[in-house]
Design a protein around this ligand. Structure first.
Ligand SMILES: [Zn+2]
Ligand SMILES: [Zn+2]
Ligand SMILES: [Zn+2]
Length: 416
């Protein structure tokens, strides 16, 4: 009796194995028929992970039969079920994808930690993105101490080490390539900006010293000034008082851990020969950023030296931002025309490009950075700098720079 039982049981196993082979064969044929279609979207397609509804039904029936007869051990059931589970696929623009391939292609990865951006507690993928650079990152990096570049604002990715300036600011390696690090180096840029002002018929005759300084020196100089209104995060100053400023005489080198070292600073005594004693700029910023701050401060100097009085902060900061914006635009245009002739030479060795004296945005990154700084000026939300700029640029576009300045001198406001 038990023999007979054993025999029929073995027959059942055999017949089920036969069914299994048949079904698998059917299934493989079906997959190979679909193969050409599927591989369009899923290059890693391997045998039979994507099924249409009919095959899924057949496979489902097969599994039910298989398990009902209790022939498979628990581990075999898992083996049989696991391919079935991964058969469920995701659609994208009418194309089926393996779940895993779909994730590879379409699940956003964090540009900072390079992992898939995790889902939040509601099961949704939630990420932050920089509005200009569109750098995507996990929300957690906003408060896990991930540094941002002090110039371009992009976050430091885990596989790249930013430069640490000695006042704690971080600088990305792309901004570093054109960073202005000491006062002598900055003189080329100063000459470019002076030329730019001359070109606008706004020559500043007085020789105003330009000094590159550390953050602490800038803040100390700001406190020593009796008047002046500035952003909490000041990056440039136009001074009117006599004082001693510690300036950077020699550019630092980059030491271990991408920290800068061996910077030589020295005191510089400001003597008052005219309304303006010096222009101070924060060191370590890329050329275009340094230049945009310098153009802004030059305009303050111009207004003071030319006797523009009683301008409201909004009008004064606004017109200074206009000059900054105009200079950036001229640099971007100069870069576009200058690069046409020398693009083949510069693209192959962009990192070796000299950091000063040549006008125009040279590298692709510099062009983008120029557009970024312009965008920052345009979208500034403050009343003095933002609204001031928007009112100023509108007046300049409508009446021209000369008439706008004349109107400002007479009335203290922009023409409307
Ligand atoms: Zn991340
Ligand atoms: Zn940067
Ligand atoms: Zn200002």
């Amino acid at each position: 009796m038990s023999n007979l039982h054993g025999l029929s049981r073995r027959a059942l196993i055999l017949s089920l194995l036969l069914i299994k082979m048949l079904l698998l064969r059917m299934f493989q044929q079906r997959v190979s028929q679909q193969g050409s279609h599927i591989s369009m979207s899923c290059p890693q397609v391997d045998s039979g992970l994507v099924l249409d509804a009919e095959s899924q039904l057949v496979m489902g029936v097969f599994l039910v039969v298989w398990m009902k007869f209790g022939i498979l051990s628990a581990s075999n059931v898992m083996l049989a079920i696991s391919p079935y589970q991964s058969m469920r696929f995701a659609m994208h623009e009418d194309q089926p994808y393996h779940k895993s391939c779909y994730k590879d292609f379409f699940h956003p990865k964090c540009d900072v930690c390079k992992n898939f951006i995790p889902t939040n507690k509601n099961g949704l993928i939630e990420y932050r993105a920089h509005p200009f650079w569109m750098q995507k990152y996990c929300p957690s990096h906003e408060d896990d101490g991930t540094p941002r570049c002090c110039s371009c604002e992009r976050m430091e990715p885990t596989d790249i080490k930013y430069i640490t300036l000695d006042d704690g600011r971080k600088l990305c390696l792309e901004c570093l390539t054109s960073a202005t690090m000491d006062s002598p180096e900055c003189q080329h840029l100063y000459m470019d900006i002076q030329e730019f002002f001359e070109g606008l018929n706004m020559k500043v005759e007085q020789q105003v010293p330009l000094l590159l300084v550390e953050r602490q020196a800038l803040n100390e100089a700001l406190e020593a000034e009796k008047s002046g209104h500035h952003l909490p995060e000041t990056r440039g100053l136009c001074l009117s008082e006599e004082q001693i400023v510690r300036t950077i005489l020699k550019r630092p080198t980059i030491g271990p851990g991408n920290r800068i070292m061996d910077m030589i600073t020295g005191p510089y005594k400001l003597v008052r020969r005219c309304e303006v004693t010096a222009i101070l700029i924060l060191y370590g910023l890329p050329r275009l950023q340094t230049g945009s701050i310098l153009a802004h401060e030059m305009m303050h100097a111009y207004l003071r030296l030319k006797g523009y009085r009683s301008l409201s902060p909004q009008v004064e900061e606004g017109i200074c931002q206009v000059l900054s914006h105009l200079w950036l635009e001229s640099e971007i245009i100069a870069g576009a025309s200058g690069n046409a002739a020398s693009s083949s030479a510069s693209s192959s060795s962009s990192s070796a490009a000299p950091t000063s004296s040549k006008k125009g945005a040279k590298t692709e990154f510099e062009k983008k950075l120029g557009a970024f700084i312009k965008n920052q000026i345009e979208t500034d939300s403050s009343v003095e700098y933002g609204d001031g700029f928007r009112a100023g640029i509108q007046a300049v576009e409508q009446y021209g720079l000369r008439s706008t300045l004349d109107h400002m001198r007479l009335t203290g406001s922009f023409p409307y």
